[in-house]
Design a protein around this ligand. Structure first.
Ligand code: ATP
Length: 305
């Protein structure tokens, strides 16, 4: 893929705050047209600081960004009409109704969707006449999304779009984001919900302490991590009797095996157990999940960058 097929590119991006704290320390990634890209990370990892630069709300201390081929800060007027932004804190006048708020937004946007269509997309039709101050947290989040969508954006930035939504609302939002992707919209989202990234993202990056620690499709990110087999040995069987090739770690009778060949390791373990008449209590074998990959990263200290 050539660089101009990417709708969003960040190259060696850095962002420092007053006092010299560097929140983003050399971040590079690209998002292709019609792709959903998720930025994950621990609290304070630098996701919002990164996304704010891409949205044109702040300038990087070093490095460069391109959105739709333009610098989103310096060439704001070229980028802004083609981009939809859903910030973490929406913040709009609470005494207006849902329809009045969406209309106000639509009036500032050329080629805007009709208000009823935007509200319909996010499931707010029945709440159209309600004042914003009377919406629930989840309904406000839906309104934020409706406003981000009203200008039919080519690129959508979603900062924690489903925070505060119930399970059904979250699934509705995922369906909507997928439908938008299928019509060619490029989506960059940040989220704390690993399931959201796993089910929604075509590719993702996990940030920690200002750097991207790993990136790829959800399957690629998890495939790099070992699977895990856990069980307890009977009191009379010490873990030292397990085959050495299994490289088991033990705390008393509790055993954990980490392996990149789950099927082979499990076969070897079960053969050993059968031949030695050993019962493996609470046997549990599972492939690595995105959650495990994330937790492993979150627990490590970043090598000094
Ligand atoms: N205006 C600011 N001035 C100084 N430090 C800031 C400022 N904004 C953010 N930071 C710091 O930069 C770091 C990264 O913050 P950022 O909001 O980008 O992280 P995040 O990954 O979005 O976190 P979260 O998941 O908690 O939203 C944090 O340590 C934060 O305290």
């Amino acid at each position: 893929m050539t660089t101009d097929q990417y709708v969003i590119t960040a190259e060696d991006l850095r962002r420092s705050y007053a006092g010299g704290f560097e929140a983003v320390r050399g971040v590079s990634f690209s998002v292709a047209r019609g792709e959903i890209f998720a930025l994950l990370g621990t609290n304070g990892a630098g996701k919002t600081s990164t996304v704010e630069i891409l949205e044109g709300l702040s300038v990087p201390s070093a490095g460069s960004v391109r959105v739709l081929g333009h610098d989103p800060y310096r060439e704001r007027s070229a980028v802004r009409p083609r981009v939809g932004v859903m910030l973490q804190e929406g913040g709009f006048p609470s005494d207006l109704t849902v329809t009045e708020t969406a209309r106000m937004w639509g009036d500032c946007t050329s080629g805007a969707r009709p208000v009823a269509e935007a509200l319909g997309l996010v499931g707010l039709t029945a709440r159209a006449k309600v004042r914003v101050s009377q919406l629930s947290g989840g309904e406000r989040r839906r309104l934020d999304l409706a406003l981000a969508l009203i200008g039919r954006p080519e690129v959508l930035f979603l900062d924690e779009p489903t925070t505060g939504l119930d399970a059904e609302g979250r699934r509705d939002t995922w369906d909507l984001v997928r439908a938008l992707r299928d019509t060619g919209t490029t989506v960059l989202l940040t989220t704390h919900y690993l399931e959201e990234a796993e089910t929604l993202a075509d590719r993702l990056a996990i940030m920690h302490q200002g750097v991207i620690v790993t990136t790829g499709s959800p399957a690629e990110v998890t495939a790099a991590r070992p699977a895990r087999i856990r069980f307890a040995l009977p009191p009379e069987v010490p873990a030292a009797r397990l085959p050495l090739s299994l490289k088991a770690g033990a705390a008393g009778q509790q055993v954990e095996i980490r392996t990149h060949e789950l099927q082979e390791s499990l076969e070897e373990l079960l053969r050993w157990a059968r031949e030695n008449g050993v019962r493996l209590e609470g046997l549990d074998a599972r492939a690595a999940s995105l959650e495990e990959a994330f937790l492993e990263i979150a627990q490590t200290e970043t090598a000094g960058v």
